[in-house]
Design a protein around this ligand. Structure first.
Ligand code: ZN
Length: 189
């Protein structure tokens, strides 16, 4: 091996190190501009029943509702177009009783106060189970009456509202309230 080749080899190594560093830096810069991966927030099935939202939770509800809205309704949201999504789908440590809907509603502390006894088939999918067959037929009441709260413009928890819900909307409410109670469409029902 002559001296000039040795020189060459010695000089190649630091060069390749520099190259790798450059790539790492570029990746880091690319990541900085990437949107937050909201999909990473989705937690697997769990059996923790969500707790009631109180005035002290409002700030957290607003922040977490933003995450849910981004997952379901932002242009690049991983589940863009979802009908609704419940907080326990992104939090299995301290899940709160609320869900968001495609009509931009924030439904807090929902309770079904009445329901039709006869049930109808409802074909549903669930984002908590991304790897399972996407649709399952479950039984739902066609009409329900619900009480719920939301957040007022002044940032306070609203008084309890009441409404009747039917058809597709009733199915969505029952599916989401199921999430709050840690009941899933793949449970036997
Ligand atoms: Zn679901």
């Amino acid at each position: 091996m002559d001296e000039s080749k040795k020189e060459e080899i010695v000089s190649v190594e630091p060069e390749s190190e520099v190259k790798e560093n450059t790539i790492d830096q570029k990746n880091a810069e690319d990541k900085k501009d990437e949107p937050i991966d909201f999909l990473l927030r989705i937690v697997p099935e769990h059996r923790k029943v969500s707790r009631e939202v109180t005035e002290g939770d409002i700030e957290r509800v607003i922040e977490e509702a933003k995450v849910l809205f981004n997952i379901c309704y932002s242009q690049n949201g991983p589940y863009n177009g979802a009908l609704a999504m419940a907080h326990p789908q992104i939090d299995d440590k301290d899940p709160l009783r609320f869900f968001v809907t495609a009509s931009a509603e924030l439904i807090i502390n929902p309770v079904i106060v009445r329901r039709t006894k006869t049930t109808i088939d409802s074909v549903e999918g669930c984002y908590t189970y991304p790897s399972l067959p996407p649709l399952k037929t479950v039984q739902r009441s066609n009409k329900i009456e619900v009480e719920y709260q939301t957040i007022e413009e002044d940032g306070k928890l609203s008084r309890v509202s009441y409404k009747g819900v039917s058809g597709k909307e009733a199915k969505v409410w029952q599916h989401e309230i199921g999430h709050l109670d840690a009941v899933y469409i793949y449970d036997n029902n």
